[in-house]
Write a protein of this length. Sequence first.
Length: 403
Amino acid sequence: MTDAYIYDTIRTPRGKGRADGSLHEVTAMRLSALVLNQLKSRNDLDTRAIEDLIWGNVTQVGEQGGCLARTAVLASDFDEQVPGLAINRFCASGMEAVNIAANQVRGGAGMAYVAGGVEMMSRVAMGSDGAAVAVDPSVAMEQYFVPQGIAADIIATEYGFNRQMADELAVESQKRAAIAWQEGRFARSIVPVTDINGLTILDRDEYMRPSTDMDSLSTLKPAFKDMGEVMPGFDKIALMKYPHLERIEHIHHAGNSSGIVDGAAGVLIGNKEFGEKYGLKPRARIRATAKIGTDPTIMLTGPVPVTEKILRDSGMQISDIDLFEVNEAFAAVVLRFMQAFNVDSDRVNVNGGAIAMGHPLGATGAMIIGTLLDELERTGKGTGLATLCVASGMGAATIIERV
């Protein structure tokens, strides 16, 4: 098979996902087009060489619907001959877009692709597209459906993580993100968002709360306790699936869970011939990709089995990986990953994660691949693995090697 390389990766800053967030005035189409235009201009790209735009976005309704990928192409400076494919693997949509593009290149279906994703959570509310797994009783009851927050608390209960452990991880995420911004570690990848007059709207992740400490987090009430214990009583459903647990310990809250934000990210992927033809230097090789289905009730454990799968498929060991990006959907997700593989925290999310900077659903997977590549280059390390948990019980992962 042909090797697939990352030639460039960029992202917007993350804006607060609410009406007073800095990116609220920007549509998903326009933010996507901005990313495409930046990839084109930064690389002096002849976009007629791009086989396809593969673009993830989770809530595909309204202005984020109607094959947003193709609309973004038409709204950008890309040639109109570039088609578009909108995909949805929930939180892994941006990563899956990258993985599909890489595997298309590896299989010989074109020289180059642009992949990534977007989510404007301030404009298109999470869950507004509906979900049969949650509302259709024929599947929800059979699968013991509970919301993600309850699932995260089940993980904490099942694997022995308490509130202090979750809060400590959250504080560390905030600390690391602040240091990363202070030291300019994201500078290569960040593209400022401008308005129609060319004035900068946002050039920095605005969700961060660097002053967060254990005392401030201790004042927050568990976010999912009432829906678990009172109405509608999801704990009872979970305990039917996990009868060995006496009760669900509710440890997650807004401070140790991922933030609701807006943002977009794009990755330029191509084979060796593409780089040689257009004078571009590859930054990393996409060594392996993987996806897997997992228990739909506990839902968020996917990073563990998908990492086992990708390592097995690529003939690698966990010790072969220098750095990890594990999406901080909830603190327990990352704690479980480190526990399962006995990985030190100084190799995981070294520049902070979604607890500090936010989780723009359809874009996050592409964002963390870019963050991983930037950090490999900054530190001179060789190999990194990025992975996410996925709603309804899935996991996705990508291994990259720095060139």
